[in-house]
Design a protein around this ligand. Sequence first.
Ligand SMILES: C[S@@+](CC[C@H](N)C(=O)[O-])C[C@H]1O[C@@H](n2cnc3c(N)ncnc32)[C@H](O)[C@@H]1O
Length: 250
Amino acid sequence: MDEKTNWVILNKYPFELLPGEETVLPEGVKSYYHYLNEEPHETGKNVQGIAWLIRDMPQGLTVVDPYGGVGVFAVAINEILKPAQFLIGELDDGCVTQLKHTFAGKNNVKVFKADAREMFAAPNYPTGDLYVCDFPRFTLRRLQKEDRWGPELRAMLGAKPRALIMSDGSAHLNHFVRRAFKKLGEPVGDTYEDFVYYASSYFHQYFGYSIAACAYHGNCFYYRLEPVEPSQIEFLRLKSGSYKEGLKRV
Ligand SMILES: C[S@@+](CC[C@H](N)C(=O)[O-])C[C@H]1O[C@@H](n2cnc3c(N)ncnc32)[C@H](O)[C@@H]1O
């Protein structure tokens, strides 16, 4: 897009998007401009999931969002949770410029450019009460097979936050994903929700955190991990037609 565009997040919060283009980052990941330029409906569903996952959390926390994108989630989080301190990292220069534009004058927010992979490998990585990780291309299988995102998750959860919210793209074509897990002999049942219970046990076994709540649609799960034993998970299924409730161009 060549001009500024105006949006409303969650029917309440105004959002001005500077002109910008997607870039391709290491590992073939696209910066978030791609999603707003091409797939705002996905973001509209996702941000509703985030709002639901944080709805009962207290205000005044320290929140860390290491994959800030253009800041749609960050605007919602800043408005709903009013963090005492909100640290937002991002690797792509265009997204960092956009984030700085959105949060100019907000004294509780610090925007910085960082490669999360390097940042969480360093000893003085940012710690907080809540991490919100909209990972580019996380899947549970990649975590299990290649330990991709494992070092980052171990660092963040090692800081003992009260919760970590994260995306998992395993919802995409989840029936095939479940079939593949079953072939490997893993105890995965027949539904999206069965998959999330399986993921919860896995996270608990390897990270000491389990899934307490999950918002999802046909492309993505958003989990809220907490330092508790696996038990009943609260679910919200985001309906495909509902995206404008999350993000609307005006
Ligand atoms: C799914 S998007 C996040 C979108 C965000 N939730 C929003 O509301 O705009 C993931 C972001 O992670 C960024 N990213 C990719 N690799 C990264 C890395 N190693 N460190 C930090 N950010 C990275 C991408 O540029 C992309 O903007």
